[in-house]
Design a protein around this ligand. Sequence first.
Ligand code: C2O
Ligand code: CU
Ligand code: CU
Length: 521
Amino acid sequence: AAAMAWRRRAPAAPGAVDASPVPPPPERFARALRVPGRDGLMAELALNAPLTVHARDAAFAMFDGAPTRVWHYAASIGDRAPANPLLRARRGDTLDVRLVNDLAEATTIHWHGLAVDEANDGSGLHPVAPGGEARYRYTIDNRAALYWYHAHPHGRTGRQLQFGLAGPLLVEDDEERALRDRLGLAWGERDLPLFIADKQVGDDNAIVYKDGADDWIGNRVLVNFTPEPHLDVVPGLYRLRIANASNARMLRLAFAAGDGLLPFRLIGTDGGLLAQPWLVDDVFVAPAQRVDVLVDFGTRAAASGAGERVLLRSLAYVAMENEDESGAFARDPMGDHPGAAAMGEAIDLMEFRIGGARPPRVDVPARLCALPPPPAVDGWPVRAFRLRMDAEGRWFINDWNFHDTGHEPVFAVRRGTREVWEIRNSMTSMPHPIHLHGFAFRVVSRSISPPDVRARSVDANGLGPQDLGVGDTVAVWPGEIVRIALDFSQPFAGTQRYMLHCHNLEHEDMGMMLTFAVVDA
Ligand code: C2O
Ligand code: CU
Ligand code: CU
């Protein structure tokens, strides 16, 4: 059985955090972090010309010993052979990618977070058969941010992502460019993507996956397709654009230094920059979510000098807890779980090794961009969704399981209208990272969060700093009610079908997904 990140246990003392990490294997942190280069895995490619990629399976030297077969999107440009490239584009650019499927099963490329029409969405509605081809061609019209692309064939998404079919897509625009110029952190040196995915790896270095599994949690962590890497850093400010491309592992990211945590600034989320930086000790990053952070290794060096090491760690957390009979968690409207708690385990992801000369000081502006606050939603129509598991252990959104409803849209929204979606998770559930295609949203409110989430509220609506940006995936914790505001304006016509699903890929593949339609007003 897969190592489970989840376990039930007796309630923790209020406020207690078990931060002891999983002990690292001996070879941990031995490899240098891969930074987007010219060739191979995560090589950088500008999207300024049409591109052909082949979905294929090939061996890469990844761990000590035997090579590892990785399913990937392979490009070939002159003498370069980028695999799962880091694609770079500017808002307004045309993305023109031809996919050739060399695998023995259907696949797609889904452009996660991008505002595309159905034909370019690469969802399971448009699978590409073995030996077949598809062409994705659209104008990128999203805010600057780290997005990503991945396979999305129905029932096989968990398997195909576990085997590797995913990569990052960086979109730039003038507003973000202005911040970048002001910070002056060189891309590829002090401004880096961290594309994180855990993998279940066997003794022969093969990635393993079991169809029909629950929550596939890895025993190894890849950052930029490098297992448990290290990065040599100078004692100064770094910008890290982090994506959680794991199948099911929720990350609670922190920088562990000595026996404490190094506070850092959260400056952006899924859909780009926040209005202002927020100083935090840790941030939850659910599967499919992204965060943009600034961390200053100089403060650590000041404390104890160069040679210091800082770990990027996912902290343990409590996801649900019945604190006492009078606490919010005892008032579960949908079930009960007396005295139970569920938690995620700590795990170390990578190491930063501080050394060298201190670079010039960088001032972080108090205002990052012109993002307005979430809209006032009084009077907007509300659509309700309930996340639950039935007695047979099948996950549902309302009464819908994809294996029953399939491609048939279960509801339609009119293009150009605005709606509040109220997503309610049962108390006895897990956190579900809920994602919809085609549209970004703003989180409006979050209620009865578990303690580790509730502690992050910075406003009266229960929102934490990471809720204050533009989102495409939102974690809905056990017992929570999260409301998001959606504007269904888009420059397309006719009926466009999209997916709404849990981005825990095992939940998705087990049917925690539905099709909805956007129709002409
Ligand atoms: Cu990243 Cu439908 O997913
Ligand atoms: Cu998506
Ligand atoms: Cu789920």
